[in-house]
Design a binder for this molecule. Structure first.
Ligand code: HEC
Ligand code: HEC
Length: 189
């Protein structure tokens, strides 16, 4: 009797451990995809940093992932926040340091994953712009979209509003199959 009870307890315990680890691993998969952009999972970015960046730089527009611009461009943006595309986006010095590190460490050209590499390759020796929307890669990818779907579309207004069209932009996924242009629908090219 005692032996059976012991075995039962053992089985239950093993079952519980197995169950818990399944729960934990599926949770951490989710956490991984939150922390990674552009479909890569190796780079572990502190979710707190992402949160801070989103709070500080995502109040006026979509919080562009650091890998969308090279470090030189981010540096210039951070150094001129008082004159930021016609707005004052100044931040206290205490917040600037970690923000600068976050942007520069994860900038295109300093990380290895796909999209930033494509951005750098397409730019070649051409001057680096301040805007993502002026990168050669960006211009090339969006050259077939007429202005009636963008500038003249009250639900989009500007190419700078990535998430209006790219449904998974916040996860750093810009697959063309995930594009829905407001008032137009799925993009079929
Ligand atoms: C006070 C509002 C405001 C805040 C805060 C702000 N921005 Fe901007 N940002 C703008 C405006 C306005 C534009 C120009 C948008 C346009 O042309 O449609 C812009 C454009 C940009 C662009 C270029 C987008 C493109 O067209 O490719 C980048 C990159 C950018 N901001 C980064 C940042 C970063 C990094 C921070 C945080 C340090 C930040 N912004 C905070 C207002 C803001
Ligand atoms: C008006 C809607 C719209 C806006 C706004 C927009 N895009 Fe796009 N984007 C598209 C469409 C449509 C395509 C596919 C174009 C094609 O294949 O001809 C695309 C393609 C892309 C691609 C290539 C995807 C692939 O599968 O090769 C990337 C990367 C991308 N966009 C990033 C961005 C970023 C970053 C922003 C903001 C700075 C942005 N887009 C803003 C509509 C938009």
């Amino acid at each position: 009797m005692k032996k059976t009870a012991l075995i039962t307890t053992l089985i239950i315990t093993i079952g519980l451990i197995a169950f818990t680890s399944v729960v934990i691993s599926s949770n951490s998969d989710e956490a991984k995809s939150m922390r990674s952009w552009f479909k890569q999972t190796k780079n572990q970015i502190d979710p707190l940093q992402i949160q801070r960046y989103t709070d500080e730089c995502g109040s006026c527009h979509f919080p562009y992932q650091p890998g969308l611009l090279p470090a030189t461009s981010w540096e210039q943006i951070i150094n001129n926040l008082d004159d930021h595309f016609g707005e004052n986006a100044e931040l206290p010095e205490s917040q600037l340091k970690s923000l600068r590190n976050y942007l520069l460490n994860n900038a295109a050209g300093r990380t290895r994953y796909g999209l930033p590499n494509k951005i750098m390759a397409a730019q070649g020796d051409h001057p680096l712009p301040l805007r993502i929307t002026e990168l050669r890669y960006f211009l090339h990818e969006h050259s077939e979209i007429p202005s009636k779907m963008v500038q003249d579309n009250p639900n989009v207004k500007s190419f700078s509003n990535c998430d209006r069209c790219h449904q998974s932009a916040r996860q750093g996924l810009y697959d063309e199959h995930d594009v829905r242009i407001p008032g137009v629908g799925r993009w079929d090219d």
